[in-house]
Ligand binder design. Structure first.
Ligand code: HEC
Ligand code: HEC
Length: 270
């Protein structure tokens, strides 16, 4: 399993996502795809793992923090199951999990149950986690989606996949269209969601302390300043915050219209 997992894991990802999407697409033309439930016979562990991989960098917004920048443990390069086993034994561990699967689940819905040393909220001495609970707004992953990510995290390191296939199919909207760029957002709120701003910023009714609160930004900054903060975060670093945490590639990813909608919405936050 170890060798197989390592060599196959990522290269298979795209094919599997494609298979998944093909399997999950509604078979009846003209139906609204979002609420469509599918035949569970079509869902294999391979496609469930592929869904987890897609959610990890997509809807889950995990890669906004879990990357090589050092803000959070780089889950994609480390052996996640190994770390989980170690942390379960740690004297600082105060959660309820008894195995790797439960630990990973708990890490996602109750991130404070164990805070990885040196990654805690500033000034909390590693007693509070900056990670948002991913089953709550704004990320709001379902149980099925959370378990798909656990399956992916177990599989990618060649560890045993202990997660069971769901008895209910995940909604089609959970999987991105294979091979195509994500559709441009229709509204400012959609754009904020698409780019995961709320994972790091308190705004629009959700909280996060990774970046400055944007609730009152409209009374502090001009459209030009806000635009620069989004397209070139390194240009001016908000006082008390770490450079290099906010993704620097929004300028490449956003359409001009998406950027404009986001700026207009932020200007209204007073
Ligand atoms: C806003 C930043 C942020 C986002 C978004 C985020 N995390 Fe985290 N995560 C962290 C930080 C920081 C830590 C380390 C502190 C801690 O242990 O809580 C962490 C810890 C973890 C751990 C525990 C690792 C260990 O070795 O014990 C897991 C598992 C995890 N995250 C999974 C996820 C998954 C899956 C997602 C997406 C669904 C996600 N995280 C989204 C910041 C984030
Ligand atoms: C992974 C975390 C993260 C994500 C995702 C993120 N930001 Fe940030 N953002 C930060 C941090 C940290 C800072 C403060 C450091 C700096 O100025 O670069 C910041 C700074 C800002 C500022 C300047 C605020 C001030 O008070 O000067 C704006 C505006 C902003 N972000 C908007 C956005 C928008 C809009 C999005 C989504 C398109 C977004 N951010 C996504 C972490 C993030």
């Amino acid at each position: 399993m170890n060798v197989l997992g390592k060599t196959l894991g990522f290269s298979l990802g795209m094919i599997l996502i494609f298979t998944l999407v093909a399997n999950l697409l509604p078979q009846v033309e003209g139906e609204a795809p979002v609420e469509q439930k599918v035949d569970l016979g079509a869902l294999t562990m391979e496609s469930y793992i592929a869904l987890g991989e897609a959610l990890f960098s997509g809807k889950g917004t995990c890669t906004l923090c879990h990357n090589a920048m050092g803000r959070a443990p780089d889950l994609l390069v480390m052996n996640v199951g190994g770390a989980a086993e170690k942390h379960l034994e740690d004297e600082r561990y105060k959660g309820k999990a008894t195995n790797i699967e439960e630990y990973l689940h708990e890490s996602m819905v109750d991130p404070g149950a164990f805070v990885v040393a040196s990654f805690g909220k500033k000034g909390s001495n590693d007693t509070e986690s900056p990670m948002p609970a991913v089953n709550k707004a704004p990320i709001e992953l379902s149980e099925i989606e959370i378990n798909a990510i656990i399956a992916f995290l177990q599989f990618k390191d060649g560890n045993d996949v202990t997660v069971e296939l769901p008895t209910e199919a995940p909604p089609v909207e959970a999987a991105p269209a294979a091979g195509s760029a994500p559709a441009p957002a229709a509204t400012a709120e959609d754009a904020i969601k698409k780019y995961g701003c709320q994972a790091c910023h308190s705004m629009l009714g959700t909280e996060s302390s990774v970046g400055p609160a944007l609730d009152g930004i409209g009374s502090r900054q001009s459209a030009e300043q806000i635009s620069l903060s989004i397209t070139d975060p390194a240009a001016a670093i908000a006082e008390g915050f770490t450079p290099g945490v906010m993704p620097a590639d929004f300028a490449e990813k956003m359409t001009v219209k998406e950027l404009k909608m986001i700026i207009d919405l932020l200007l209204e936050q007073r």
